[in-house]
Unconditional design. Structure first.
Length: 400
């Protein structure tokens, strides 16, 4: 019997990290003890009060039932207060919030809610690979917009205008149905500014494009957390995803959120409520606790990331890479020296000769080819160890 997969999976490969982690596992089985500086999964625990809420709520007999699709009111209120406190954005907790099982699922849900076969979507190059795959899985077509170091990793709005005009379809239909944006930007660390956000909203409004802003990194190594929705009138054209994975150290808990106008929340909920049910109540209540944490939580987190970043700078100096110091998010993005063909070559050399894994920038798009990305999600001693391996001229057997 021949079992054939659906056409929608054509051109969709296994996620790069899922493949690479298998290779690293194999190397480890051979005794290599690879230091993995690839993935952005926080190694630190959530605040103890958050874990306590989870424990206490999970121990109760009445917290195990199916949950409301729109999320528990306590979580929705906490999200609304969080948006007001940190971003100065008014969010109606009853109508403008949709808790998600991580923001990654939100990317897929949004694409499934709005895209018809053949609809064009603007996605950043370089950018988070899930935007491309979610658009394709939903039947859409990706048009990549360039982000380059020369243009400070911002979209070239003149170029975008020209693109929007050249793709304009007959009649009233917009050239692009949707645009994905993400600042602080992963992988480049480019931070948001209100001028940039203004331009994005103006562009979206002018061309009738749904702007989807993915905002999981605004609290990491970034002095001024910003929401795209803080721009006047933004909710008319934009929705925003946010996440507890990074700044609350809760990546494995799978808690994210979508914020947008009531109509958008209702539309996405029409899709999502057919896919899953509400999150485990103790997780929702613990997430509400995490969102209520004060500035001291973020300050402590950032002090740790700053210390680690100093070590990553040393590591990059050893590799003769160049980098900008003011980057937001939990990575350092760096340009590779000319002697390498691309970031893959450098990454492989360091993996096979030094047993250290660093992400090649090319996995985020062609504009990332000459770069690498180092994650800050490892203890300081791990970076020191990686630095020693890279500095040492002796072959690395991995036993240190
Ligand atoms: C830019 C970006 N968006 C979204 C996500 C996914 O976050 P979540 O854990 O909330 O699904 C990531 C995770 O690496 C990311 O880098």
């Amino acid at each position: 019997m021949e079992i054939r997969i659906a056409n929608r999976l054509n051109g969709i490969g296994e996620y790069y990290f899922s493949q690479k982690l298998r290779e690293i596992d194999e190397l480890n089985k051979c005794g290599k003890q690879v230091i993995n500086l690839g993935i952005g999964s926080p190694d630190l625990p959530p605040h103890p009060h958050v874990v306590k809420v989870l424990e206490e709520e999970a121990a109760k007999p009445n917290t195990h039932a199916y949950q409301n699709y729109k999320g528990n009111p306590a979580l929705r209120i906490a999200i609304s207060q969080f948006y007001k406190k940190w971003y100065n954005v008014d969010v109606n907790p009853d109508t403008e919030v949709l808790p998600l099982i991580g923001s990654k699922e939100g990317i897929m849900h949004i694409c499934m809610t709005y895209l018809n076969e053949g609809d064009r979507v603007l996605v950043p190059n370089p950018g988070y690979p899930t935007y491309n795959s979610a658009v394709k899985l939903a039947g859409g077509l990706c048009t990549e917009y360039d982000l380059t170091e020369e243009n400070d990793w911002q979209p070239d709005f003149d170029g975008l205008e020209a693109l929007a005009i050249s793709h304009k379809r007959v009649g009233k239909e917009a050239a692009f149905k949707m645009m994905w944006v993400n600042y602080p930007h992963m992988p480049t660390g480019k931070q948001a500014t209100s001028e940039l956000f203004e331009k994005i909203i103006t562009f979206g409004k002018k061309h009738n494009i749904l702007v989807c802003h993915d905002n999981p990194y605004s609290f990491i190594l970034n002095d001024k957390p910003m929401s795209l929705l803080s721009i006047k009138g933004a909710k008319e054209v934009a929705i925003e995803l946010n996440s507890l994975s990074k700044a609350s150290n809760m990546a494995g808990w799978r808690v994210g959120m979508m914020i947008g106008a009531k109509e958008r929340v209702d539309e996405v909920l029409r899709f999502k409520s057919n896919m899953d049910s509400g999150m485990f109540l103790p997780v929702q209540l613990a997430a509400a606790k995490a969102l209520n944490l004060g500035k001291d939580w973020y300050d402590e987190l950032n002090a740790t990331y700053k210390e680690r970043r100093g070590l990553v700078y040393q590591l990059l100096d050893m590799l003769n890479c160049s980098y900008v110091k003011k980057q937001g998010g939990m990575f350092v993005w760096a340009r590779i020296p000319k002697k390498y063909k691309d970031g893959y070559e450098l990454s492989d050399e360091v993996l096979y000769n030094k047993n250290v894994f660093i992400t090649p920038g090319g996995i985020f798009g062609t504009n990332g080819k000459e770069y690498i990305r180092v994650s800050l999600c490892a203890k300081a001693e791990v970076f020191t160890n990686a630095l020693q391996r890279i500095t040492s001229s002796a072959p690395q057997g991995g036993m240190d």
